[in-house]
Ligand binder design. Sequence first.
Ligand SMILES: NC(=O)c1ccc[n+]([C@@H]2O[C@H](COP(=O)([O-])OP(=O)(O)OC[C@H]3O[C@@H](n4cnc5c(N)ncnc54)[C@H](OP(=O)(O)O)[C@@H]3O)[C@@H](O)[C@H]2O)c1
Length: 264
Amino acid sequence: MQLDLSGRTALVTGSTQGIGYSIAQGLARAGARVAINGRTAERAEEAVRQIRQDVPGAEVITAAADVTTEDGTAGLLEALPQVDVLVNNLGIFGAQPAMEITDDDWRRYFEVNVLAGLRLTRAYLPGMVERGWGRIQYIASDSAVVIPAEMIHYGMSKTALLAASRGFAKEAAGTGVTVNSVIAGPTHTGGVEKFVYEMVDSSLPWDQAQRQFMREHRPQSLLQRLIEPEEIANMVVYLASPLASATTGAAVRVDGGYVDSIVP
Ligand SMILES: NC(=O)c1ccc[n+]([C@@H]2O[C@H](COP(=O)([O-])OP(=O)(O)OC[C@H]3O[C@@H](n4cnc5c(N)ncnc54)[C@H](OP(=O)(O)O)[C@@H]3O)[C@@H](O)[C@H]2O)c1
C-alpha cells in the first residue's frame, strides 16, 4: 500500500512528544505538510528539527498554541486557517480515587481531552466539507471502553470522544470527509516507561520490565508488551490516507487486544 498524503496539510495536537510526535512523523513520511502543536514554540521547534532530521525532505511547521483555551485556539486558527487532516491527539491522564475527583477535575478533563478537539472540529470541518475531502480523528483509549476504577474522569473523557466522532461522522455524511476515533492501548511513551519502572524491579532491562508489568498488571493484553507509538501512528496515517475512504464513524482499535471484545 502506498500511503500518499502529498498536497495535504495536517495538524496533530500535542505532537511535541509521545504518540502525537510519532503520528506527526508518520504523516510527514507519507508526504503531508504537518503542523506540530504544543504549548511552547521551543518544544514545537525542537520536534520540527527532529522530524526534519529523521525524515529527509519532510515539510513540517510549528503551530504552538494552548488549544485548551479559546484564545489559544483562535491564535492557532489565524496561523493555520485550513487543514485537510486533523488529529485530535492531545490528552492528559492521571490516577485519582473516584470519590476525590472534584468538579474542577471533571471540568478540566472534559475541557482538555474533549472540548479542545470539538472546538477544532467545529473550526476545520466546514472547510473540509466545502473542499469535498478531509480526515478528522480522535485518539481515544482502551479506557473509553474498560473504564479504569482509578481514572473514571479519564475514561469518561475518552468515551465522550467515541460519541463525538460518531456524531460528527454523521454530520459529514456523504461529503468525502471521514471522522473516526482510534482506541489506543497501553503505549510505550516516556510517562508510561517511568510508571512501569515504579511497578516492577527497576534494575530489569526494558524488555523484561515491560513484559513483567504486562503479565502482572495488564494480563488482559493479548500483545503482552506495550505498544510502540509508531504502531498507533501506522493506523492513524492509514485512516488519514485516501485509501481509508470507506472507514468513517468507526472506533478502530490498536489496543493489542486489550479490550476483550469481538466487536471492532
Ligand atoms: N500513553 C498511553 O499509554 C496512551 C494509551 C492510550 C491512549 N493515549 C492517548 O494518546 C494521546 C497522547 O498520549 P501521550 O502519552 O503520547 O501524551 P504525552 O506524552 O503526555 O504528550 C502530551 C502532548 O500534549 C502536549 N500538550 C499538553 N497540554 C497541551 C495544551 N494545553 N495544548 C497543546 N498541547 C498540549 C504536550 O506538549 P508540550 O508539553 O510541548 O505542551 C505533548 O506534546 C492522549 O490523548 C492519550 O490519552 C495514550
